[in-house]
Design a protein around this ligand. Structure first.
Ligand code: ADP
Ligand code: MG
Length: 276
């Protein structure tokens, strides 16, 4: 490891944005791998039935594999589904299988339907510095479970047209969960993804996001990079697929920034969260 400060308590990061294709999964796996390479112990919880994070981490997630579905619906201990990620020391994954698609409905009739993931995480005894929860592109019960389990929301924003569309709804849901179910929850981190510095649009979107959120936006943005998009088909993160690439270096730097900022309390950035 390269000696980044360890958080005093596990930082549970909810990677959320109900828009698909904005870079949630890419950000989850690459930030998680970056922090592990920096020496942290990191768990990725794949909460998207598509299982893209499991695929990108090279973790087995065919239909019979014990998975997050069993944890949420059958109350199986998280430790029984967690797998080590090949080739990245300190990185682990709780995979998603396709049956997770049904969990959104099955959860409705279960007791403590919003807090089943939190309960599973609370009973997980392995020491961890970070947990990243990769959310599906919706604000349903799976995402609510993530928000109840987490302390921090990390929102990837794609530097494209309509980047801010739908964000108000996401922030409203964060407020609702904070008000009713999890007072610690707050938006701590915003990451600009697929940034193309050659276009005026990208820099306009970046300015708009920084103007709107300010302190939560990481200074590092993630460039659009073919290497980043190729890595998952090899079951790898860009950190092992092409360690020297600009995509890899940008995720390492974003991870460093995130770790150095540490955790900020919900009081400290509140005023900037409500006018979305
Ligand atoms: P989400 O999880 O929000 O749906 P993904 O992380 O799956 O989004 O990203 C959507 C698509 O964009 C994927 O094909 C991914 O490989 C690609 N992608 C994500 N980030 C980048 C990037 N920085 N450069 C190029 N392609 C990217
Ligand atoms: Mg995804």
């Amino acid at each position: 490891g390269q000696g980044l400060p360890r958080p005093e308590q596990t930082r549970v990061m909810v990677v959320a944005n109900q828009k698909g294709g904005v870079g949630k999964t890419t950000t989850t796996v690459n930030l998680a791998a970056s922090l592990a390479l920096h020496g942290a112990r990191v768990l990725v919880i794949d909460l998207d039935p598509q299982g893209n994070a499991s695929t990108a981490l090279g973790v087995d997630h065919h239909a019979e594999v014990p998975s997050v579905y069993d944890v949420l619906v059958e109350a199986k201990p998280l430790a029984e589904v967690v797998q080590p990620v090949p080739d990245v020391e300190g990185l682990f994954c709780a995979p998603a299988t396709i049956d997770l698609a049904g969990a959104e409905i099955e959860l409705v009739s279960l007791v403590a339907r919003e807090s089943r993931l939190k309960r599973a995480i609370d009973s997980y005894e392995q020491p961890l510095d970070f947990i990243f929860i990769d959310c599906p592109p919706s604000l349903g019960l799976l995402t609510v479970n993530a928000m109840v389990a987490g302390n921090e929301v990390l929102i990837p924003i794609q530097c494209e047209y309509y980047a801010l569309e739908g964000l108000g709804q996401l922030l409203h849901n964060v407020d609702l969960v904070r008000g009713h179910l999890n007072p610690r929850l707050h938006v701590s981190t915003i990451l600009l993804t697929m940034y193309d510095g050659r276009t005026r649009l990208a820099s306009q979107v970046a300015d708009e996001v920084r103007g709107h959120f300010g302190a939560e936006v990481l200074r590092t943005s993630i460039p659009r990079s073919v290497r980043i998009s190729e890595a998952p088909s090899y079951g790898q993160t860009v950190l092992t697929y092409d360690p020297g690439s600009s995509g890899s270096l940008s995720y390492l730097e974003a991870a460093r920034e995130m770790a150095l900022r540490g955790v900020r309390g919900p009081g400290e950035a509140q005023h900037e969260q409500h006018d979305g």
